[in-house]
Each structure stands twice: as structure tokens, then as C-alpha cells.
Design a protein around this ligand. Sequence first.
Ligand SMILES: [Fe+2]
Ligand SMILES: [Fe+2]
Length: 235
Amino acid sequence: MTDSPEYKTIADFERAPDEYKMAVRKIVRSHAINELYGAQVFDEPAIELAPTPYAKWLTCRVAMEEYGHHVRFRELGLQIGLTDDEMSTKNKKPLSIFNYPLTKWEEFVTIKLLGDLAEILQVEDLLHCSFHPLRNLARSTMPEERFHADFGIQFGKELIGTAEGKAALQQAVDVYFPYLPAFFGAANSANNEMYRRLKIKIRKNEEMLEDYMGRARKAADTLGLSLPAAKQSAA
Ligand SMILES: [Fe+2]
Ligand SMILES: [Fe+2]
């Protein structure tokens, strides 16, 4: 189980087999792009939608951190042979959730509550990655991702204080949640099998999805919300 090699530095990475390099690049590229999409489509526009100066202040912090995640994944990407073009949102089809730009504050609270929870699971899966620079990056972004999910809980609690607020939050959950399970990829994915064989990632897509659904249900229960069914065709 533990006999596959570890790559502690960029110099070690350069000596890795081509398949390993390709697999790490795929993951770093996907994080660099998704962090940037998220910051552009959700976090930055949410500053304007935030209802109070306090909410704007914390939303600015979240936006800063999400852009920061992109910056750090991009830096690592450049070190391992990716180009800026490959990490640009212009050259990669987004996950479907990024096609629904925010119009309401409740939608942003939903994204942080349930979307960043999905991100936490993805980052957790890299905490023991055999490529140490990626493992270290995951470890350093984790506290911020936890803060984002907690931001969703805290502002969610504020919203459910009124019947209208709770209804608006439930409506946003109904719109956004169905797109989130697609974040975990397909069952029996060949890429996922490769990541696990190379000890880059630990869990199967389907295990992560099951765990996510349990944790999302718990977060929704905390706020007295219900979760709609996932979209079958979302990608
Ligand atoms: Fe992030
Ligand atoms: Fe986040």
C-alpha cells in the first residue's frame, strides 16, 4: 500500500514518470481554474449583494481568500509545467454551476454553505498527497475553506431568523444544490483510479459523494432546510 514513491520537491517531480506528472497537472489545473471561476462568478459579485457593512467586510475577506487560492494553485501550476493559458477560465469549459451568476445574497450564502463544503472534501483528499507541494498547499488552504463553510452557517442562521429570509434561502438551495454533486465526478472514473493508484488522492468519487451528501444534509438540518435531488445530467 505504501510502497509508491513520494515526491517531496519540484525537483523530485521533474524526475517523476510522465503519467504521474500528467495526473498532478490535471488536479492543479482544475483547482486553479475552479478557484478563479468561483471568485469571479460568486465571491466578487457577492460583495455588492452583502446586506450590511459587516457582511461586506467578511465577504471581501472570502473573495480575497478565493482569489488567493487561485494565485497559489497557479504558482504551483507554473512550477510544474502548466501555462497561464491552461489555467485560464477562458480556455476551459466551466462546471455547470458557474453558469448561474449570483443575483441574490441568499444564493451566495448557499454557495458558501454547500459549495465550499464540497471544496473542503476535495482539499481533504489531498492532505496526504504523494506530491508534497500539493499536499502543503491543501493544508494551507484548508482553514480558509472551513471559514467559508462556517460563513455559510453563520449568515444562514441570520437569514432563517425571519420567514421570508428562510424561504429565500430554501429557494436558493433548491436552485444551486442540484449542481453540486457533479463536483465529485463520475462513479468508476478512470482518472480517479489513476489518482488513487499514484497516491495523489485517497478516496473514490462515489465514497466522497456519499460523505458529502451526509455532511450537506447535516448542514441543511442545522438551518431547518431541505435538500432537493441532484441533477442527473449535471457535469
Ligand atoms: Fe477556495
Ligand atoms: Fe472557499
